[in-house]
Design a protein around this ligand. Structure first.
Ligand code: THU
Length: 138
C-alpha cells in the first residue's frame, strides 16, 4: 500500500539539487483529500539557505489550497533513519493532526512509521495562539 508513495519519493529524490551536501532527500505528502504532493531538497551556495524536501512538499500542498497532512514520506539513503529535521517537524506540525503519520524511508522500503506526536512531543501549535488560523484570513 506504500508503493505508489515510495515510487513518488524516489522520483522526487532524483530531482534533488544537493551539490553541497551530496545528500538527496525526497518527500511525499498525502493530504486528507487523498492527493499527493512531492518535493526534493534544494541547496544553494549560501549553505544555510537551502530548503528541505518536506518544506517543498508542504508548499506544494498549500499552493493547491489544502491544509491537512494525512501521511508524509521522507526518503534518503544511508544507515541512519532520515527523519525530518527539527525545523521540518514544526512545519509538519502546523498542518498535522493527532493521526498524522510520518514514514521514514530508504529507496527500497518504509523503515519506520510513527505518529508526528512521537517525533515532536509536547509540541507548540496554532491552537496555542490567541488568534489561530481558523479565525484568520488564510
Ligand atoms: N534534508 C532534508 O531535505 N530533509 C530532512 O529531513 C533532513 C535534511 C536535506 C537538507 C540538506 O539539503 C541535506 O538534506 C543535508 O542536510
Amino acid at each position: 500500500m506504500h508503493e505508489p508513495c515510495l515510487a513518488a519519493a524516489r522520483a522526487a529524490m532524483q530531482q534533488s539539487y544537493s551539490p553541497y551536501s551530496g545528500f538527496k532527500v525526497g518527500a511525499v505528502i498525502v493530504s486528507d483529500q487523498g492527493q499527493t504532493f512531492s518535493a526534493c531538497n534544494v541547496e544553494n551556495a549560501s549553505y544555510p539557505e537551502g530548503t528541505c524536501a518536506e518544506a517543498g512538499a508542504i508548499a506544494a500542498m498549500v499552493m493547491a489550497g489544502q491544509r491537512r497532512i494525512r501521511d508524509i514520506y521522507v526518503m534518503g539513503t544511508g544507515e541512519g533513519l532520515v527523519t525530518p529535521c527539527g525545523g521540518c517537524r514544526q512545519r509538519i506540525r502546523e498542518f498535522a493532526d493527532a493521526d498524522t503519520m510520518v514514514h521514514i524511508c530508504n529507496p527500497e522500503q518504509v523503515r519506520k512509521s510513527m505518529r508526528l506526536e512521537e517525533l515532536l512531543p509536547f509540541s507548540f501549535g496554532p491552537e496555542h495562539l490567541d488568534t489561530p488560523p481558523a479565525t484568520q484570513q488564510g
